[in-house]
Design a protein around this ligand. Structure first.
Ligand code: ZN
Length: 134
């Protein structure tokens, strides 16, 4: 799964922990509980705490990048099905949700107008198709 993170609009907002957590949730084929995300994250960041995982998952949820779903009797997290940034592969035609670090308030500052919603559509070649071409 592809994960593109734009750093230029707000260089300090994406911490290393947040990037790892986005990668894990977006790389998963199904919903993951905070505990599962925590165990996966520890493989890459041995010192990360469960509290940090929860904080970052909540942050991603408030930004609309992940959604909470019910898994059994616990809460789990999935990548947002309606991420407002998408990447379309020109070769296989698959559409990927792309976490893109931009909020309405930031966009309003840039364009000087009231922004209700935005979307970004990127096209290119996905990792799998790129590998096949080599
Ligand atoms: Zn492709």
């Amino acid at each position: 799964m592809i994960t593109i993170i734009n750093m230029s609009s707000a260089p300090n907002r994406w911490t290393k922990q947040l990037k790892v957590i986005v990668d894990i949730v977006y790389g998963s084929h199904g919903p993951m509980t905070a505990d599962e995300v925590y165990h996966a994250a520890r493989a890459r960041l041995p010192n990360i705490s469960l509290g940090t995982v929860y904080r970052n998952l909540n942050k991603l949820e408030s930004e609309g990048l992940v959604s909470e779903v019910t898994k059994g009797n616990t809460t789990a997290f999935v990548k947002h099905p309606f991420s407002n940034a998408t990447f379309e592969c020109e070769v296989c035609g698959r559409l990927f949700c792309v976490p893109y670090d931009l909020r309405n308030s930031e966009m309003e500052r840039k364009v000087g107008m009231k922004v209700n919603r935005w979307s970004i559509r990127m096209t290119g070649v996905c990792k799998e198709c790129e590998r096949k071409c080599i």
